[in-house]
Design a protein around this ligand. Sequence first.
Ligand SMILES: O=C(O)[C@H](O)[C@@H](O)[C@H](O)[C@H](O)COP(=O)(O)O
Length: 271
Amino acid sequence: MANCGEPETRRDLRVFEDKYELTTDLAEYISQLSESSVNDRGCFTVALSGRSLIRLLEKLSEAPYKKTVDWTKWYVFWADERAVAKNHVDSNYKLTKDVFLSKVSILSNHIFSINDNATVEDAAREYEFTIRQLVKVRTIGVSESNDCPKFDLILLGLGPDGHVASLFPHHPTLELREEWVTYITDSPEPPPERITFALPVINSASNVAIVAIGEENAMAVQLSILTDDGKFDACSLPARLIRPDNGKLVWFLDALAASALNDNNGEPDKL
Ligand SMILES: O=C(O)[C@H](O)[C@@H](O)[C@H](O)[C@H](O)COP(=O)(O)O
């Protein structure tokens, strides 16, 4: 069993009555980060993942955000993608396009989807190369502590097994330190072939949000946020390894996903 080290517990928890309240606050959070990044750096780089999480982004295509967000300054990436055609129902790109990208005015040359015409190995290498070029010209920032890209925001869904992006429990990808983008061919959830950001890239972001909805995620949420007792194997729960070096981590939870938290191991913000 690999030992990935144990993150210190950091809790910025936002717990909402239901998915609708969560969606409203998430949209506001993203729009505020977009505004501050555009003010500070002239652009906003965001990497997406998840399925239900991506569906929540539809809120940003509605009033007031459709008009108030400076979409032309957005650069969109995927923290993970499935190795399927871009028009396949399982494609994260397709889902994002259908529910969000097709409804806002992000420039098409600012949308960095992953090549669906290459092997996963080549697609991962190509994607990392693209990101390296954008870091060179500082469209994507660079981490102060290593040479990793510093995305303004990385949005992560959470699987009931504690996976984030396509980083699954006990998978060797959790050990990667040099690669920025990697691939797997043995995903425990279909489809088996996927491309994913490695942990150092996620942990170099300025902001990371983990979004979990529903009772099926309650145990993974509880174990991810649980105070370290020194014995917990973090690699059994990749979400525990999300610890931005210099950035902020926020958990967005609906009441069902937060239902296994209690006063001893979590103190959700009162909203
Ligand atoms: O392509 C994927 O399968 C996703 O990126 C995946 O890894 C996701 O993060 C979790 O399955 C939970 O996602 P949701 O909670 O957003 O559905």
